[in-house]
Design a protein around this ligand. Structure first.
Ligand code: DLL
Length: 435
């Protein structure tokens, strides 16, 4: 079975890809300069004109864009197409007030279908497969993005959206869903529901998971694969760029291939904005070089990762990105130490006594940061015997101390006591923000 949707684009030589990216970038720069006042002003301030962009190497001459620009020009200030050509709006809820809004032309929706089809083909989804889409439908890009991906391939979409977990399991069983697309945290919840359902495991046809929209670790992958008896693949994306489909894992799972003929990636030093060489960890920046409705050039994602340009065993030459460590704004600074929730998750998944359901609680008492981790113990290990619980606790504290460099206060909690998530999990409560 050929698991490559668009061989020309996914397997193009690096030289040809850079030439194509250059041609597309030039067109994109002309478009934003001519159609969007804020872009033109920003470029003029930097002393750059469309004619200065001759190849993809010239991208570094362009100014960055950020979430703040999308807020400042809310709702439609960054559109480059007239409203008559915008056929869809999507939005992502920001942490503060107004959402980030993106407008798509019909051409943009075609690109979305195309890149989405690359993802689901790489996972092994075929025309005859039913794919259950349990990302939320609506303004969030997850549901409709995965939907158009599966439709483009010609697979059968089961548009569940999130929630109504018992019904999800019933239809997954009755309709013989082969693929499941949802957040990894909702997949965990569904796995629990499946386990407690009246249906025998061998009556499910589920084989493939397309999980993303939030950081998840290798440990979480293993856990989901075991619990659901599937192969779990990463799908990456963000509203500002298009939604899910910006990147995907192939069957070798050595990184997430990016659709770089549409979304040109760079890694920069988040402090200085300077480009970093391949392999180095930094902030991911994207330029959409084919979008019409709301192209974004040098958009700072705040996601921290690295890029690998080696050809992959699958035959694709498309650049691979490492697992997202987290967003720079997800990073907690506790007693001066940088902590990413994903580091905590990887430790929790290492310990067989624990479930990957956890909560990080950070506070400040008497000018000192407090850091508590609540984590569920597996049913079979949960016990009234203090000594047994203390032993598990000692192990996790020891591992966390060596990985994080600080000692959190660990509270082992009963199975199923931490609230389950149906979308993106909220695993951090930082009360210092409200002080
Ligand atoms: O989460 C789009 C999406 C939907 C992607 C469904 C994949 C599947 P936003 O709500 O705008 O869009 O959030 C984008 O989520 O900048 C990352 O920080 C994070 N993110 C998305 N996919 C992944 C992933 C959607 N596979 C933000 N791994 C991004 C880690 C991810 N983080």
């Amino acid at each position: 079975m050929n698991r490559i949707w668009n061989e020309t684009m996914e397997c193009m030589s690096r030289d040809d890809m850079r030439k194509l990216q250059g041609i597309r970038l030039r067109k994109a720069v002309e478009r934003v300069y001519n159609c969007c006042e804020p872009y033109r002003k920003r470029m003029q301030e930097k002393g750059v004109e469309p004619g200065d962009i001759k190849s993809i190497d010239d991208i570094v001459k362009l100014p960055f864009t950020s979430k703040k620009d999308l807020r400042d020009y809310y709702p439609f200030g960054l559109l480059c197409s007239p409203m008559t050509d915008i056929v869809r709006l999507q939005a992502s809820s920001g942490t503060t007030g107004k959402p980030i809004v993106v407008g798509y032309t019909r051409g943009d929706l075609d690109i979305w279908g195309e890149v989405g089809a690359r993802c689901f083909t790489a996972y092994g989804i075929q025309k005859q497969d039913v794919v259950q889409i349990s990302y939320g439908y609506g303004l969030f890009t997850g549901g409709l993005g995965a939907h158009c991906a599966v439709e483009t391939i010609g697979g059968t979409v089961l548009p569940m959206s999130s929630g109504n977990t018992e019904k999800q399991i019933m239809l997954m069983h009755d309709f013989g869903a082969v693929g499941l697309a949802c957040t990894p945290s909702y997949a965990l919840y569904l796995a629990e529901a499946l386990h407690n359902s009246p249906y025998p495991r061998d009556e499910f046809k589920l084989k493939i998971g397309a999980f993303g929209a939030e950081p998840w670790t290798e440990g979480m992958r293993k856990d989901l694969e075991e619990k659901l008896n599937i192969k779990a693949y990463d799908i990456y994306g963000l509203t500002e760029i298009i939604g899910p489909g910006v990147g995907y894992e192939c069957e070798f799972q050595h990184g997430t291939h990016l659709c770089e003929d549409h979304f040109y990636p760079e890694i920069i030093d988040p402090e200085t904005g300077e480009p970093l060489p391949p392999g180095q960890l930094g902030e991911l920046v994207f330029s959409t070089i084919t979008k019409e409705g709301m192209p974004l050039l040098r958009f700072r994602t705040r996601d921290l990762t690295s890029l690998n340009y080696e050809k992959c065993e699958c035959g694709r030459t498309a650049v691979r990105m490492g697992k997202i460590l987290g967003r720079s704004d997800d990073m907690l600074i506790i007693r001066g130490v940088n902590v990413f929730p994903s580091q905590v998750e990887s430790v929790i998944c290492e310990l067989p006594q624990l479930e990957p359901h956890y909560l990080l609680l950070v506070d400040r008492v008497n000018n000192l940061d407090t850091f508590e981790i609540q984590v569920e113990v597996k049913e079979e290990f949960y016990s009234d015997e203090v000594a047994k619980m203390l032993d598990i606790r000692k192990r996790i504290v020891h591992r966390l101390q060596s990985v994080l460099g600080i000692s959190p206060d660990v509270r082992l909690v009963e199975p199923r006591s931490i609230e389950r998530s149906q979308g993106k999990a909220k695993r951090v409560i930082d009360k210092r923000k409200f002080q």
